[in-house]
Design a protein around this ligand. Structure first.
Ligand code: AMP
Length: 355
């Protein structure tokens, strides 16, 4: 059933994605309640209301569920137990628990992708130093050790090369269950951002080329300079993933593109994604609006590209540049974060390349 204008949409998570989701919801005439622990959060500044409570606070979750017609999320590490409480209280969470459950653990994520014929880099589970030593023999010496849970923007990751001290690498994860992946000699990285509606209809966005440094996305260029066959295969795989999860909302699936054009999936995010931050300016309907449309049971908006575009993240001290310089670079979005810290995403700039 589709929500009426003026209905209230709940958002689990208080970061910049929630901030932009709340703005998109307001554009369409919805109210929003952000549920996240903390004060002065980016999303709390643009939402109609903020509930400052822990994700495991059952009473607060029940009150949140009662106040919202539907709940969505902007952070994939919300405990799935929170979704159970909200659903038990009679309010749907979109996307649902399955997508979150799968995406929160790198091992279950890769198993799920492989089960629907989406190939990943060679990987093994690592629960001990002995596992690590054995796995390195199989995936090769150039590899990345990643914690199974809670890693993002290169955190919880150790790069390994031949001759490295495996003991030190394993110790640095402090016993956290991990996986090891062979290092992929990719030519480029791309992602598919798509929206899937309540009736299973899918709108895919043009494909960006993503540039990372130190495990953090720095820049997107759209469209990516990949063959139409590679693009079509990536879109097909992302659609298959969304269908298999019976997904409602926006998701992003990241790929490595190899020299021969073949694809290996890296990971997926069950939410709007940094590699889609150019969509509000460069497409007829941005990813945030389509997430709101999808979870509200509304028809998805068209995703046509208006012009080739570039998006630069403002990370840490990038945001210390004079405001006049930032404004000159294009359409500026700031996340309302007070303190600039190294590696912290502070905002982004989008430029349309019309000529
Ligand atoms: P992740 O946090 O897993 O998304 O990794 C962040 C970034 O690190 C990716 O976008 C790649 O640029 C790089 N990376 C991660 N895993 C691999 C891999 N197996 N091979 C090569 N580069 C990788």
């Amino acid at each position: 059933m589709s929500l009426p204008v003026g209905a209230t949409i709940g958002i689990l998570g208080g970061g910049q994605l929630g901030r932009m989701l709340a703005s998109a919801a307001a554009k369409l005439g919805f109210r929003t309640i952000v549920f996240a622990p903390g004060e002065g959060l980016p999303a709390a500044q643009t939402a109609s209301q903020h509930m400052d409570a822990d994700y495991l606070n059952t009473r607060a979750l029940q009150a949140f569920a009662a106040a919202c017609e539907v709940v969505t999320l902007e952070w994939e590490n919300v405990p799935v137990a929170a979704l159970d409480v909200i659903t038990a209280a009679g309010t749907d969470v979109r996307p649902g628990k399955t997508a979150l459950d799968v995406a929160q653990d790198r091992a279950s994520e890769k198993r799920f992708l492989e089960s629907i014929d989406i190939a990943c880099a060679p990987w093994r589970e690592v629960d001990s130093l002995a596992d690590l030593k054995g796995a390195i023999e199989e995936v090769g010496p150039d590899a990345i050790l990643k914690t199974r849970r809670d890693g993002y923007d290169g955190k919880g990751q150790v790069r390994l090369k031949a001759g490295d001290d495996l003991n030190a690498a394993w110790e640095s994860l402090k016993g956290a269950p991990a996986i090891i992946e062979g290092l992929v000699p990719f030519e480029v990285e791309i992602s598919i951002v798509l929206a899937r509606g309540m009736g299973g209809e899918i709108a895919t966005y043009p494909v960006p080329r993503n540039h990372h440094a130190g495990g953090i996305l720095r820049r997107c260029e759209v469209p990516a300079n990949v063959s139409s066959a590679t693009r079509a295969e990536a879109v097909d795989k992302a659609r298959r993933l969304a269908d298999a999860l019976e997904y409602v909302g926006v998701l992003a699936l990241e790929f490595f593109v190899l020299a021969d054009g073949s694809l290996l999936a890296n990971e997926f995010a069950p939410r709007v994604h940094n590699s889609g931050h150019w969509t509000p300016e460069a497409c007829l309907t941005g990813q945030f609006e389509n997430q709101i449309r999808a979870v509200a049971g509304w028809p998805l908006g068209p995703t046509d590209l208006l012009a080739p575009a570039e998006m630069d993240n403002l990370i840490g001290e990038d945001a210390q540049a004079p405001l006049s310089d930032l404004l000159q670079r294009g359409s500026l979005t700031l996340y309302g974060k007070g303190e600039i810290r190294p590696g912290r995403k502070m905002g982004h700039v989008v430029r349309l390349l019309r000529d």
